[in-house]
Design a protein around this ligand. Structure first.
Ligand code: SAH
Length: 232
């Protein structure tokens, strides 16, 4: 079943315009045509069966029919991560979405050496991953900020697990309440990063095992451990 994310309100009888990309995907790639059924979700109204009412030359309209899954809370962990190279950041965003992350916070750290970040592109990757993995929500991706600047706004009830390589610390495990994870850049955190993190009472240093993982592997492992511990 094809699942697509839309911004419009979903309700029985509503007519919803497909984006150009969706129309191309349905007609050109998936060879769907008028009368076929797709599922639509918008992060608020649940998932609906919809019939393709029109589809031609990059345009299409969906007619909303029936609710198949009511909207449910999807309370995932928050993932803060030092911006990586483009392809690696893309991979991280896709995997984080599959692993249920609710909010992604790209950050610049002392040793981040990555340039600009296209939020639209990352949001498109997250949307596609949410469609594929049957989420009812698409994670929010915040604009990139300095690590120093996200900490004052961090909700203090959400424990921030900072993944530290080479410290022989406690393996990331169960914790009470909502959770967050912070993954450093390939060069690791620097002394200034450690200084700002040390000032936050909601920060917990955690290990992800005995080997030095690439940052994107560390994010996947950390999120899997959080999922196993069912926090966030
Ligand atoms: N160059 C650094 C390692 C950086 S790995 C060094 O040699 O020490 C990139 C990021 O992945 C780290 O900042 C950390 O957040 C995470 N990471 C990698 N392996 C880890 C491990 N075994 N435990 C916890 N975090 C890890």
């Amino acid at each position: 079943m094809i699942r697509l994310y839309v911004r419009s309100t979903l309700a029985s009888g509503a007519l919803i315009e497909a984006s150009e990309g969706q129309a191309h995907y349905l007609g050109g790639v998936m060879r769907r045509s008028v009368g076929d059924i797709v599922h639509l979700f918008n992060g608020a109204d649940g998932e609906w069966t919809c019939r393709i009412a029109t589809l031609a030359r990059g345009k299409g309209v969906f007619a909303v029919e029936a609710l198949v899954r009511p909207q449910a809370e999807e309370p995932g962990p928050w993932l803060a991560f030092a911006v990586l190279k483009r392809d690696t950041t893309d991979l991280l965003v896709q995997k984080a979405t599959e692993l249920g992350v609710a909010v992604l916070l790209p950050v610049f750290t002392e040793r981040t050496n990555a340039g600009r970040l296209s939020l639209n592109r990352l949001q498109a990757i997250a949307t596609e991953a949410a469609e594929q993995c049957e989420r009812l929500t698409v994670p929010e991706i915040r604009p990139v900020r300095q690590l120093n600047d996200i900490l004052p706004d961090w909700p203090s009830s959400r424990a921030l697990h900072v993944a530290l390589a080479r410290v022989n610390g406690q393996l990331l495990g169960p914790s009470e309440g909502p959770a967050g994870l912070l993954i450093g850049p390939e060069g690791g955190f620097g002394p200034r990063d450690h200084a700002v993190l040390d000032r936050c009472h909601f920060v917990r240093a955690v290990s992800l095992g005995p080997r030095i993982l690439r940052a994107e592997t560390a994010a996947i492992v950390g999120l899997a451990l959080l999922q196993a511990a069912r926090c966030g």
